[in-house]
Design a protein around this ligand. Structure first.
Ligand SMILES: [Zn+2]
Length: 89
């Protein structure tokens, strides 16, 4: 798939890995791009549980590509079926 820029492409491909990624997920059943930060890879979450709740990931919806400024609501239709609700926080 052709993305709007290399920054989008790189972070879209980083879904579920530690660091910052851009994923498509749904808020209240509405497809939404979100910036997500993970301290550890999704597959490693909870492996070192010290007995207290530690937030290891967070996310924020984005309406413009953080790297080139493209309006994401104008391209979201072409990502239909690529939602990563398995990564939803
Ligand atoms: Zn872009």
């Amino acid at each position: 798939m052709k993305h709007c820029c290399k920054g989008f492409e790189h972070h879209f491909d980083e879904a579920g890995k530690k660091g910052i990624s851009l994923i498509l997920t749904s808020f209240s059943a509405i497809p939404t791009f979100v910036l997500q930060f993970r301290a550890v890879d999704q597959v490693d979450e909870g492996k070192a549980n010290p007995g207290i709740k530690i937030i290891t990931s967070t996310q924020a919806p984005v309406h413009y590509c953080p790297w080139c400024g493209k309006k994401l609501y104008k391209v979201i239709e072409k990502y239909k079926g690529m939602e990563r609700d398995d990564l939803k926080l």
